[in-house]
Design a protein around this ligand. Structure first.
Ligand SMILES: O=C(NO)[C@H](O)[C@H](O)[C@H](O)CO
Ligand SMILES: [Mg+2]
Length: 370
């Protein structure tokens, strides 16, 4: 399967209600910055990384795909996914300018496109190529009703509606003030009852002191996990919080390497492992992180944010993956949209990684790659 063409693309897709906010980010669109890879027999593979639709930043990633990574791929055999991942990730001149960041997001788009191409060539969905279905169902938890940009009353109504729609898990954003967020947490827990799992996500905003105070006040509400409570790289702080509180710590959407995960695991600073194919340079490295978590018997909840199209395959194929975030912003852009029915993700059926854009999305959301 000789690679004959590698080209970037950028789509900007509106988020729910045209604006969402967490403690750190307020966005109107999700950026789908991708790579299209064509093999000599005419097969097309698509992959993409997720961004906040900041066009100059997206064009940096697109340029890395086109000008830095593509020349390393042309003429190579698309089946050699692991060798090609290492060739690009460890290319001396590119490793020199960044083992984490733009080069990683570019590599993610390419790695996912290679997996998509291989799954299509084999005529199977990605989960089959990854080794087959290891679970009957993948439980979803709904984050799209829990944004900090949603007022207190609408937050409660949205959580109730999600439960009525069949979700058995909810996640709400925290990171405004501890007092306000504790009030919101109590109101949502009261509204959804005790059988629905309720997680919180701080997106790295608070200090350790704020997190400790929040966890004391949240004790009575059976919080399923506290996601990204502290700054993304603060291993010691997360380890201290994990020791001081009974609320499980979840993190990973901002970690770029398997080494970063092994540090958090070694320091007992993490209970739920949340890899993201965007941040880890694709499926190849994300699978390694799932294997590492499994070795330490830590459950995995891949970060959707919005990579559900690919992560639903991971969740069906890896034994450590126990649950998946539901954020529905871009599913409609793909020929095999990730879908939730009665609170569970539907098993993908079409060949590929679920990353093939529809003609409509291509026409409606395409941005200039420069
Ligand atoms: O943290 C998350 N999920 O767990 C969400 O992905 C982020 O809040 C959104 O992408 C906005 O940056
Ligand atoms: Mg998060």
């Amino acid at each position: 399967m000789k690679i004959t063409e590698v080209s970037p693309f950028i789509l900007h897709v509106p988020v729910t209600g045209n604006q969402i906010a967490d403690s750190t980010h307020t966005i109107s669109h999700w950026g789908v910055v991708g790579a299209r890879i064509v093999s000599e027999d005419g097969l097309e593979g698509f992959g993409f990384a997720g961004t906040h639709a900041h066009l100059p930043g997206d064009q940096l990633i697109a340029s890395c795909i086109r000008d830095a990574h593509a020349p390393l791929l042309l003429g190579e055999d698309a089946r050699d996914r692991r060798r090609l991942w290492l060739k690009l990730a460890r290319h001396p001149a590119l490793q020199w300018i960044g083992r984490a960041g733009v080069t990683t997001l570019s590599l993610a788009a390419i790695d996912i496109a290679l997996w998509d191409l291989n799954a299509k060539a084999a005529g199977v969905p990605l989960w089959k190529l990854l080794g087959g279905q290891v679970r009957d169902k993948v439980r979803a938890y709904n984050t799209d009703i829990g944004w900090l940009s949603i007022d207190d009353e609408a937050l409660v109504r949205g959580a109730q509606r999600a439960v009525e729609d069949g979700f058995t898990g909810i996640k709400i954003k925290v990171g405004s003030t501890v007092d306000r967020d504790l009030r919101r947490l109590a109101a949502v827990r009261k509204a959804i009852g005790s059988s629905v799992t309720l997680a919180v996500d701080g997106n790295g905003k608070w200090s350790l002191a704020d997190c400790l105070r929040f966890c004391r006040g949240a004790q009575e509400h059976d919080v399923f996990w506290f996601e990204e409570p502290l700054w993304y790289d603060d291993v010691a702080g997360h380890a201290e919080l994990a020791r001081a509180s009974s609320i499980p710590v979840a993190l990973g959407e901002q970690l770029y390497t398997a080494d970063a995960f092994s540090e958090f695991i070694a320091q007992r600073a993490i209970h739920w492992v949340q890899p993201d194919v965007t941040r880890l340079g694709g499926i190849t490295e994300t699978w390694q992180v799932c294997e590492m978590a499994h070795g330490f018997r830590l459950p995995v909840a891949p970060h959707a944010g919005e990579m559900s199209q690919v992560h639903v395959h991971l969740n069906y194929a890896h034994p450590a993956c126990e649950v998946l975030e539901y954020i529905p912003w871009i599913a409609h852009c793909f020929t095999d949209p990730a879908r939730v029915e009665d609170g569970f993700f539907v098993l993908p059926s079409l060949p590929g990684a679920g990353t093939t854009p529809t003609q409509e999305a291509w026409a409606q959301y395409r941005q200039p790659c420069a």
